[in-house]
Design a protein around this ligand. Structure first.
Ligand code: IVH
Length: 670
């Protein structure tokens, strides 16, 4: 093997692994910049030595093979990828190539420059204006059918408005998670001891490929449309990219802001600078550049596609990431509402993208270890939009030998109780339910919108109440009176009355909100919903043995152990009784099981069904009065098996339990 051959093989291996990690596992193992560098190196090698082009070269494909769990969706036409330009010069070089190819002296009609949204690409098919299917990009030709999940994205229109919508169209665009939502989600995950997402794109891509659409629905995903596909010969009401965007907007598809029609490339350069320096920091979603497209669709057709992968007529003008180097002065620890100890970085103040950064999140000990951070290190810090700054990596070359390793404290920094950790968990906890460090955070969570939803209780106000000694636990909120509140700083009697009303009104909130509000480790909105739906009242849950809790679909042994432990804690019991005395209702309304042909029957799903997704099958079974369980037991009515069933099928056969296919199930559903 020549050295070029060896290097090409190595690059193919690295890139293919990265593609798999990114698209299939949703767990990138290379940064975008690293990927781009390796990719370009391989591209150059292959251009210089065409004989090195192997059939498995990542330069020949877009994305990765779709994973097995979803049905496949064939795109009307390939969903393309984009070449990159990292500077004005590279962008000018791209234009030169385009002009040479077209043989034109100027690109007729100029360019459209759009934000390059850093999310997950999807294609949404509409028949007669009605949403039919939604799919991920997959390998560009074949995506994954994630219709049920895409339906939960609230700004993907279910019907296109307008009398010029062609009979069959694919609207293409990007699903993304806004920064503020991403932050909140990660905080909740960290508090619950779950792994946090590295960035909003991974969180969005992960949510989109959830097997249970209910999980997707809880991640507040958003959508921007930017492209279009229709069968050959379709009559389209636009001739330029600009008009395409305007048309999509008219049909009700959200379009990203800050798009610009540019007569010449110089305007694109200026726009790119403006976006990068002035606009980017204020956006509530991640972008990693601009997409520059020849505006005329006729020209786009003429220009065509290189190697089936990248269009000649479009390019990604990438931005430099907002990164700076500074010193990690210290690692300190916060106590969250569940008692989770969350480390954060104290940095030597540094300016990144126009703001001074002094702190960065570290989320948990695992992250510190994984990044190999030492106190005193020079570190690379990244800030994207409004996201709390993150440490990318230390710069080991700049070490002096004086750096020291950091370890999680062995006792709570607030109350001194020895910390606890579970074997598999990434987080460390203060086990003291009465820890003052947990109190305020706990009250903030209890009163938050996702829990008891008590309006008017801001962080500041809760802090005042705690400091004044008026509130020690959640139940104390219900004893507050108007005169007490009016005595607090700047609270007029009218506002105090409103607050008392809002607190009283929260007494009838559903059990699911209360359970979420308790801040039990591992119990967020999702688990709280499942528990509330299964048990109906707090008293039923209080009586349930741990094994029974563990059998609730979606709960499992870890959450069950945490719930059982919390419920058994005398301090938790005391809080519950105190809340009961204040008149909280503790019930989940509308949990009466649906009345239907499957009432009282329990099913287990295994393998992938030919037409229903797991989430859809579950919904339909539940709507017919049945329940779906995660494991086979003697009580199982039937196992519903699809393609590539797992061990559940063997177990069903061992126990002599009926096995149905999807057809059988559909036959029995109303
Ligand atoms: S156009 C030419 N427009 O960037 C067809 N793509 O690296 C390519 N993207 O897969 C799509 N914002 O996921 C286009 N305004 C935009 C975009 C955009 C983000 C993504 C898209 C694509 C990737 C290419």
């Amino acid at each position: 093997m020549t050295s070029a051959e060896r290097r090409a093989a190595e690059l193919r291996r690295l890139l293919n692994r990265a593609i798999h990690a990114y698209y299939v596992l949703d767990a990138p193992d290379l940064s975008d910049a690293e990927y781009d560098t390796l990719y370009r190196e391989l591209q150059t090698l292959e251009e210089e030595h065409p004989a090195l082009r192997a059939p498995d070269s990542p330069t020949l494909r877009v994305g990765a093979e779709p994973s097995k769990a979803f049905r496949k969706h064939t795109h009307l036409s390939p969903m393309l990828s984009l070449g990159n330009a990292f500077s004005d010069e590279e962008l000018a070089a791209w234009e030169q190539k385009l002009l040479r190819y077209l043989g034109a002296s100027a690109v007729r009609g100029g360019y459209t420059a759009e934000l390059k949204i850093d999310g997950a690409a999807v294609s949404v098919t509409y028949r007669d204006g009605v949403l039919l299917t939604g799919a991920t990009r997959g390998n560009g030709m074949l995506g994954e059918d994630v219709t049920a999940n895409l339906r939960t994205v609230r700004d993907v229109p279910l019907r296109l408005q307008g009398d010029d919508v062609p009979p069959l169209v694919e609207v293409r665009g990007e699903v993304y998670l806004p920064f503020d939502r991403f932050e909140r989600m990660n905080e909740e995950r960290a508090a619950a001891g779950e792994l946090v997402f590295a960035n909003p794109r991974n969180a969005a891509a992960g949510a989109l490929r959830q097997l249970d659409p209910a999980v997707t629905a809880r991640r507040p995903l958003r959508f921007f449309g930017y492209a279009f596909a229709a069968p050959p010969g379709a009559k389209l009401p636009f001739q330029t990219q600009w008009d395409l965007l305007e048309t999509l907007a008219r049909w009700g598809v959200p379009i990203a802001p800050h798009r610009l029609r540019c007569a010449r490339l110089a305007e694109v350069h200026t726009h790119a600078r403006d976006i990068e320096q002035r606009i980017r920091g204020d956006l509530n979603f991640a972008i990693d550049g601009l997409v520059v497209k020849a505006d005329s669709l006729t020209l786009q057709d003429e220009a065509g596609v290189v190697g089936g992968r990248e269009p000649r007529w479009a390019v990604a003008r990438k931005f430099a990431p907002d990164i700076a180097e500074t010193r990690l002065l210290d690692i300190q620890v916060n106590v969250g509402r569940t008692g989770a100890l969350n480390p954060y970085a104290v940095l030597e103040p540094v300016e990144i993208g126009g703001t001074t950064v002094k702190l960065a999140t570290l989320h948990n000990e695992e992250l510190v270890r994984r990044k190999g951070l030492r106190i005193g290190d020079i570190v690379q810090v990244k800030r994207a939009g409004e996201v709390i700054p993150q440490i990318i990596a230390p710069v080991p070359e700049k070490r002096t030998g004086d750096e020291r390793e950091w370890h999680m404290p062995s006792s709570c920094p607030v109350c001194g109780t020895p910390v606890e950790r579970d074997e598999e968990e990434v987080a460390v906890y203060c086990p003291n339910v009465g820890c003052p460090g947990r109190r305020l955070e706990g009250l903030v969570h209890f009163t938050s919108q996702a829990a008891m939803d008590i309006r008017g209780l801001s962080y500041q106000r809760l802090r005042q109440l705690v400091d004044a000694g008026l509130v020690k636990d959640a139940a104390d909120l219900y004893d507050l009176t108007v005169p007490q509140l009016s005595e607090l700083d700047r609270l007029a009697e009218k506002s105090a009355q409103n607050l008392v009303d809002a607190i009283r009104e929260s007494k009838t909130r559903p059990l699911s909100r209360l359970l979420n509000g308790f801040g039990i480790r591992h119990v967020g909105t999702n688990a709280a919903d499942l528990l509330a739906r299964r048990f109906g009242t707090l008293d039923t849950l209080l009586k349930a043995p741990e094994e029974v809790i563990a059998q609730v679909r979606g709960i499992g042994p870890v959450i069950a152990a945490s719930v059982a432990r919390w419920l058994a804690d005398p301090r938790a019991r005391a809080l519950i009784e105190k809340l009961r005395k204040r008149g909280l209702t503790f019930v989940e309304p509308e949990i009466a099981p649906a009345d239907g042909p499957l009432r009282g029957q329990t099913f287990v799903l295994t393998g992938s069904l030919p037409s229903l997704s797991r989430g859809e099958a579950t919904k339909r079974i539940e709507a017919a009065g049945g329940t779906v369980s995660g494991s086979v037991s003697k009580k199982t009515t039937a196992v519903i098996a699809g393609d590539e069933p797992g061990s559940k099928l063997d177990k069903a056969k061992d126990l002599g339990i009926q096995v149905w296919d999807e057809k059988e199930l559909l036959h029995r559903l109303p």
